[in-house]
Design a binder for this molecule. Structure first.
Ligand SMILES: [Zn+2]
Length: 75
């Protein structure tokens, strides 16, 4: 992937800005909502399969993987 352009992983727009957590400014709020939902679906210290968390929270695996990739669960 080029360092010049980043693609928002929610709406798919392309920007020359460095996207925080892989999403554009317009999608940030939506991403925070989804992330809170995923995080609240998991008890502290709990371990589960990606599919289980996806099923439980109703959130697409690709978003969960992205948060893992960006180290968001360590917040
Ligand atoms: Zn976006």
């Amino acid at each position: 992937m080029s360092n010049l352009f980043s693609q928002c992983e929610i709406c798919g727009c392309v920007t020359s800005l460095n996207l925080k957590n892989g999403v554009c400014f317009d999608c940030k709020e939506k991403d925070d909502e989804l992330f809170a939902l995923a995080k609240n679906s998991m008890k502290f210290g709990e371990k589960m399969l990606l599919e289980e968390l996806s099923n439980r929270s109703g959130i697409d695996c690709r978003h969960i993987l992205r948060w893992v990739r960006y180290g968001r669960f360590g917040d």
